[in-house]
Design a protein around this ligand. Structure first.
Ligand SMILES: [Zn+2]
Length: 154
């Protein structure tokens, strides 16, 4: 078994034993070394965004002191949900290894299907009422940012 995925699985199992959240684990690897691990801590922290991948990414960025993880790889015990997939993208991680599939997760009650279907345009989102308001006022921060000569693009 892959040594990095082994660590991610151990994290997932430890999280279940401690009743911290769902059965998911992740590891961030840089230069062939694990620099951060994480497991789902949604229950332990009352944080719905505390998925294994997010927890691991937050730890890795804190350790490295930067938000750019383009020199890292992520190992996750399950195909990521849309939120984690996006976080991996925003962290600029170029390589991912995953174990179980979203279908495996769905089979035990962790379904991402609704989100994937909404994001792909297959169905309309009926669970979130979304309203656009105060556009001009909200664009003020955009204008300020765009005028900044030293702006950093994310
Ligand atoms: Zn997730």
């Amino acid at each position: 078994m892959n040594e990095f995925m082994k660590k991610a699985v151990e994290e997932a199992l430890e999280g279940i034993r401690n009743k911290e959240g769902g059965p998911f684990g992740a590891a961030i690897v840089k230069d062939g070394v694990i620099i951060a691990v994480g497991n789902n801590k949604v229950i332990a922290t009352n944080d719905p965004t505390a998925h294994a991948e997010i927890v691991a990414i937050r730890r890795a960025t804190e350790i490295l002191g930067r938000f750019d993880l383009s020199d890292c790889e992520i190992y996750t015990t399950c195909e990521p949900c849309p939120m984690c997939y996006s976080a991996i993208h925003w962290a600029k991680i170029p390589v991912m290894y995953y174990g179980a599939t979203r279908k495996d997760a769905e089979d035990i009650g962790f379904s991402d299907k609704y989100l994937y279907d909404v994001l792909s345009g297959e169905i309309e989102d009926t669970r979130l009422e979304s309203n656009q308001i105060d556009v001009e006022e909200c664009l003020e921060a955009f204008r300020l940012y765009d005028e900044d000569e030293d702006k950093t693009l994310y």
